[in-house]
Design a protein around this ligand. Sequence first.
Ligand code: NAD
Length: 284
Amino acid sequence: MTMTKIAVIGSGTMGRGVAYVAALNGFTVSLHDINKESLKDAEKYIYDEWKKSEQQGFITKEDMEKGKSSLTFSLDMKDCVEDADLVIEAVLEIMDVKIKVFKELDQLCPPHTILATNTSTMSPTEIGAQISRPDKVIAMHFFNPVHKMKLIEVIKGLDTSEETIEYVKDIGKQMKKETVEVNEFPGFITSRMNCLIGNEAMNMLMEGVASAEDIDKSIKLGLNHPMGPLQLADLVGLDTRLRNMEYLYQTLGEKYRPCPLLTKYVKAGKLGVKTGSGFFNYKN
Ligand code: NAD
């Protein structure tokens, strides 16, 4: 029996997480990025995380070795996708960048390949309309960190076929995730809600209502969220969160106007966990 091959495009915060989970769950996986540093960093991250999981007893040594043998890294997109059954795109949250990638994928992938985007907010319909196979375009919205978070939001565009929906739901199940089916609308279910909560927390911090620590502590202990909204924004990446807010502001209006404090942190290069500081400090 041939194994399903998944190609992941973009090896940043999310792409590396999706590759990690897919390789551990029996798929042949190829991870591509245009940035050599990001790809090297992703390789180190995945191997280090597998080692930690093995030491903590979450996976066996055999799982780890099998994962390693089914995962490759490539700077060459053609090499990565030409025999893929499913491509999961996780590049920047910028529509023009995504469309450019999907046009390339449309040329390079076999006709049967399903093309999924891991966008947090954007329209699979808009992406599908630019290429020759809109019926095979869908959004698979994974959560960060992918190996810990149970959900994939499956978002169908206007022309996404039932076969494509069922196919990606089955892939999600094989990755041991739960799925929910969402009709396309900006921000889907989770980002639409989460961006508002995070933005309100940032507005409160800007207004001097409380410290970052106490805002997060209130939401965790008072509202029973597992993580505070400022810590979560740091984990997502403040640049990514700002792009999400800007898109939702454009499409859904005033209530999504990005907090000026978020813009200020991004301008300062304080992007959260990935740069070592954001609303909190992650440098030792
Ligand atoms: P990131 O900035 O961490 O990584 C993006 C990666 O894409 C970088 O390594 C970059 O080099 C690469 N890239 C850029 N252009 C490329 C191209 N043309 N071809 C190949 N690689 C390219 O971003 P991220 O946080 O991983 O976000 C990726 C996507 O996932 C976005 O659409 C985002 O909204 C979504 N998302 C993010 C989170 C999160 O918590 N960060 C959660 C769910 C969904």
